[in-house]
Design a protein around this ligand. Structure first.
Ligand code: PLP
Length: 380
């Protein structure tokens, strides 16, 4: 398969593979020629329950037949129910709903500014928080920022492996420390626990908001609903998006009940945020991510990581649960194309890292099938 630069009516912001998908079921996708692909991308950690999962499908369908949209001038039951479910999962929080990860980050940055009255942000080198100007401003990847300045001022970047440099980057003007507990787009790099602990105590000392961006790590991907549950550091606020509605567009900022108050009526808004159809699907997703599924994610994550470690071409395996990166000697893009040609979808995260984010519902047989194809490609 070749990568086509563009089809003429679409702005060329993506280098897309020359394949068009028409349907999906569970861990499988079908293209226009009727060919089946085992999906270890899952929309990049989005389709957590697999394609067309009964629970969100049924909930969205029922809500579609009842009510599609009302303004946020009014309440809907699915939106309030979703906020309640997420608050329970967090252990006491209030939600703002929007439509994507970048928007959730924007909401988090605005909340932190308003709550603390301080404009400074400390973020990590190698991080990724989205492509809108605010989210891009706190994204620690210079190549993605270069063409789009001037960006939001007073953002400092610090090394993820050095708690000392985090402290040095912060100042009394720091109102927000933002980080992904595992850097996803940056190459599947878990942030060391001592930095997370350091960030918590620094935020407390400075009166800053500790904001965890769990857009990629959240909603069960790492084997717990939030990744922070496994790293032992509780943030003041969390962003979620990707998997929350299993593929329908949603973003969410959760602010802990213990965090300082910030946003008031008129401060922030989103026309579609909390849409009842999407919220109904997201409620069903939250219901499906139970202890049994989370246990399977942890088990299958270990099985997949172990199988990858056995491959000679794999130098290192990083990540947690079913958010895994395999570091290769060679560029990962060629491996992705070779896997695609053999009916397996995988992605990259950086030049040499193969990213594996299958549905959380993946079976052990499907895991083994994927490993067989990867072995064929990598050992060829
Ligand atoms: N934050 C993180 C950690 C992400 O991984 C991403 C997307 O990959 C985003 C934010 C941006 O999300 P979206 O593409 O939905 O705007």
């Amino acid at each position: 398969m070749t990568v086509t630069a563009t089809r003429s009516a679409v702005l060329p912001t993506y280098a897309r593979y020359d394949v068009t998908f028409v349907s999906g079921e569970g861990s499988w996708l079908v293209d226009t020629d009727g060919r089946r692909y085992l999906d270890f991308v899952a929309g990049i950690a989005v389709v957590g329950l697999g394609h067309c999962h009964d629970a969100p499908l049924g909930a969205a369908r029922a809500q579609l037949e009842r009510l599609w949209h009302v303004s946020n001038l009014y309440w809907t039951e699915p939106m309030a129910a979703l906020a309640e479910l997420l608050s329970e999962r967090f252990g006491g929080a209030q939600a703002f709903f929007c439509n994507s990860g970048a928007e959730a980050v924007e909401a988090g940055l605005k909340y932190a500014r308003k709550a603390t009255g301080k404009p400074g942000v400390v973020a990590l080198e190698g991080s990724f928080h989205g492509r809108t100007l605010g989210a891009l401003s706190v994204t620690g990847q210079p190549a993605k920022r270069a063409a789009f300045g001037p960006l939001v001022p007073e953002v400092k970047f610090t090394r993820p492996d050095d708690p000392g440099s985090l402290e040095a980057a912060a100042s009394p003007d720091t109102g927000c420390i933002i980080l992904e507990p595992i850097q996803g787009e940056g190459g599947i790099h878990p942030v060391p626990e001592d930095l997370l602990v350091g960030a918590r105590s620094l935020a407390d000392d400075l009166g800053a908001i500790l904001l965890f961006d769990e857009v990629q790590t959240g909603v069960g991907r790492t084997g717990s609903f939030f990744c922070f549950e496994q790293v032992g550091v509780r943030p003041d606020a969390v962003t979620l998006a990707k998997a929350l509605a299993n593929g329908l567009p949603i973003g969410c900022l959760l602010v802990s009940d213990e965090a300082p108050p910030g946003l008031e009526p008129g401060d922030h808004a989103s026309t579609f945020g909390g849409n009842p159809v999407i919220s109904a699907a997201a409620c069903a997703v939250c219901g499906a991510i139970d202890d049994e599924l989370l246990g399977r994610v942890r088990e299958n994550g270990l099985r997949l990581a172990h199988s990858l470690e056995q491959l000679a071409a794999v130098k290192e395996v990083r990540g947690l649960g079913l958010l895994l990166g395999a570091e290769l000697e060679r560029p990962a893009a060629g491996v992705v194309s070779d896997c695609l040609a053999r009916g397996l979808l995988v992605a990259t995260a950086g030049e040499h890292t193969l990213r594996l984010t299958p549905p959380l519902t993946i079976s052990t047989e499907e895991l083994d099938q994927a490993i067989e194809i990867l072995e064929e490609v990598l050992e060829a």
